[in-house]
Design a protein around this ligand. Structure first.
Ligand code: SAM
Ligand code: DTB
Ligand code: SF4
Length: 343
């Protein structure tokens, strides 16, 4: 991966370049020109692309549930669920199918159309726990929700089994650039991540892949991650942009909160590079004001996680989000409206 030095071109306006073209051959230089363009020009351009492919009033509301929490063998430096760090997470083994389906029903009743189940696993194993997850996927699908999982690495066969059970999307983040990856995670490599994404794609499951900012990476690393995502043979259907939630006990506990401007630049650049994708304003909303979140929506974000908890960390209260939607005249997007050919 080329994460060579480059100069900020913040005096270059984007107006003249064609907008909204679906491309898989972006160069680092093009991406950095977009990322570093004058902020208001960048937002304007992203908002224009957003309107070419999406209804700007519509925001997808997703719910997350940690179905297996903590005790993970991996060493992701940001993650409170890694067994090797001493954090305050309440660990539990895989939840019962009925408990999960009850939570999915509640989320549905609250207007959520996508239900995402997360497990603190390095990879899926072909055991009883996987059989239980398959039952969860079937059950949530039958509720009429888009069902999503994030379970770590997957083989081709496991992806096919999930697809058969009705899995709609699979989340597997690249998290950062290839160059910065081993500063954050040493127990697996970038290629492992890309292979799982390929297995998901081949099984015709919708791909959800993005990353985190605020890990101590440079702007070049962020651009490098967007370079990899936007040059995949097909763009992910969803791109989550997370701001690090610095959790006590993790190696990144003292990282400073990322400036909102960085979130806006990241979201806007992702929107311009991958016009059809749902760009998800993911972790970090709990410390953002309504105005800051509005800027992110303006810059092309059109999906959020709702519910007062992400996997283990806090998220805005349901009532606060209801108010946000009212103030900004946003409406929740219906399920199965995507461009996934199987939807
Ligand atoms: N174990 C699986 C994996 O790593 O793919 C699935 C669960 S993992 C918790 C899902 C994603 O959550 C990670 O890839 C990372 O992007 C995000 N995440 C975890 N901890 C975070 C934190 N403290 N702040 C922001 N995002 C975080
Ligand atoms: C994603 O990109 N963000 C979500 C979801 N995909 C699985 C997870 C955020 C987790 C934040 C830390 C926590 O709550 O444990
Ligand atoms: Fe485990 Fe996923 Fe957390 Fe990494 S991000 S420690 S793989 S749960």
């Amino acid at each position: 991966m080329n994460t060579a030095q480059f100069t900020a071109t913040s005096d270059t306006l984007l107006q003249d370049a064609p907008a909204g073209v679906i491309r898989n051959d972006w160069t680092i230089e093009e991406i950095s020109n977009i990322y570093f363009s004058p902020l208001l020009d960048l937002i304007y351009r992203a908002a224009t692309v957003h309107r070419m492919y999406h209804d700007p009033q519509e925001v997808q509301v997703c719910t997350l549930l940690s179905v297996k929490t903590g005790g993970c063998p991996e060493d992701c430096a940001y993650c409170p669920q890694a067994a090797r760090y001493s954090t305050n997470v309440n660990t539990h083994k895989l939840l019962d199918v009925d408990t999960v389906l009850q939570r999915a029903r509640e989320a549905h009743a609250n207007g959520s159309t996508r239900f995402c189940m997360g497990a603190a696993w390095r990879e899926v194993r072909n055991n009883r726990d996987f059989d239980k997850v398959i039952e969860m996927v079937k059950g949530v699908n039958e509720l009429g929700m888009e069902v999503c999982c994030t379970l770590g690495m997957l083989t081709h066969e496991q992806a096919l089994r999930l697809k058969e059970a009705g899995l709609y999307a699979y989340n597997h983040n690249l998290d950062t650039s290839e160059g910065y990856y081993d500063k954050i995670i040493t127990t697996r490599n970038y290629n492992d991540r890309l292979e799982t994404l390929e297995n998901v794609r081949q099984a015709k499951i919708s791909v959800c892949s993005g990353g985190i900012i605020g890990l101590g990476e440079t702007h070049e690393d962020r651009i490098g991650m967007l370079f990899t995502l936007s040059n995949l043979p097909e763009h992910p259907e969803s791109v989550p942009v997370n701001a690090l939630v610095a959790v006590e006990g993790t190696p990144l506990e003292n990282q400073e909160r990322v400036p909102v401007w960085d979130m806006v630049r990241m979201i806007a650049t992702a929107r311009i590079l991958m016009p059809r994708a749902m760009v998800r304003l993911s972790a970090g909303r709990v410390s953002m004001s309504q105005e800051e979140q509005a800027l992110c929506f303006m810059a092309g974000a059109n999906s959020i996680f709702a519910g007062d908890k992400l996997l283990t960390t806090p998220n805005p209260e349901v009532d606060a989000d209801k108010e946000l939607f009212q103030v900004l005249n946003l409406k929740p997007r219906k399920a199965f409206k995507g461009n996934n050919s199987d939807s």
